[in-house]
Design a protein around this ligand. Structure first.
Ligand SMILES: CC(C)(COP(=O)(O)OP(=O)(O)OC[C@H]1O[C@@H](n2cnc3c(N)ncnc32)[C@H](O)[C@@H]1OP(=O)(O)O)[C@@H](O)C(=O)NCCC(=O)NCCS
Length: 179
């Protein structure tokens, strides 16, 4: 498993398109039209330069374990995405985290490994100390990822996402460094 910075290339757009299915977006408001997906792609690629977060592609071999592979020479397919961006939350700015792993790669600890690596990258920035995640309360896999990567559940929170649609989420938080 390796995290690579999001690139504005077809390979990364194809990853977004592969995840834009009813199954993958069941807890995220459903598939997006192509124009929205293009906007998302450009936004992800621009986050790091703007100092407003970072989005990564998760690379993993088919049948690979989640062990971290250091070599950047391996040509591994993109299996998912993980990253963080700024959000105003309870009067301050925090990082919000998000993640997705394509169905062919799910269920073998890839999301957990990728989120732990992402936490280290976010900590190294020393920009915002608190990393939050807001999976829907009825999303077992994503709440499972939070639990296994050291987040603390603060409680439920109501959101409007997509606009006009009220959803109930869990507010999970992770301190990137000791106070
Ligand atoms: C959430 C998601 C990223 C998990 O990816 P994954 O690589 O399969 O997750 P992992 O293999 O690292 O699993 C981590 C833990 O989550 C839990 N989990 C995973 N899938 C689960 C499921 N279908 N039901 C219940 N718990 C589940 C388990 O606790 C698992 O730990 P285990 O290894 O002890 O079983 C993946 O399901 C996904 O991309 N879903 C669609 C996109 C999405 O909803 N993203 C999150 C938005 S909040």
């Amino acid at each position: 498993m390796r995290l690579d910075e999001w690139q504005e290339t077809d390979e990364y757009f194809d990853l977004l398109a592969a995840g834009n299915t009813p199954e993958m977006t069941r807890f995220l408001g459903g598939p997006e039209p192509e124009a929205k997906l293009r906007e998302r792609h450009v936004r992800y690629a621009g986050l790091a330069g703007a100092g407003a977060g970072r989005m990564f592609g998760i690379r993993a071999g088919v049948g690979d374990t989640a062990a971290i592979v250091d070599s950047v020479d391996d040509v591994l397919p993109l299996a998912g995405s993980v990253g963080y961006w700024e959000r105003e939350w309870l009067g301050g700015t925090v990082w919000e985290a998000g993640w997705a792993v394509l169905p062919a790669f799910q269920g073998r600890g890839l999301a957990v490994a990728a989120v732990m690596e992402m936490q280290e990258r976010a900590a190294a920035e020393r920009r915002h100390r608190m990393l939050h995640a807001y999976p829907k309360v009825d999303h077992p896999a994503s709440n499972g990822v939070c639990l296994k990567t050291g987040f603390t559940r603060l409680g439920p929170a109501d959101f409007e996402y997509p606009p006009g649609h009220r959803i109930r989420c869990n507010d999970w938080c992770f301190a990137l460094w000791d106070d």
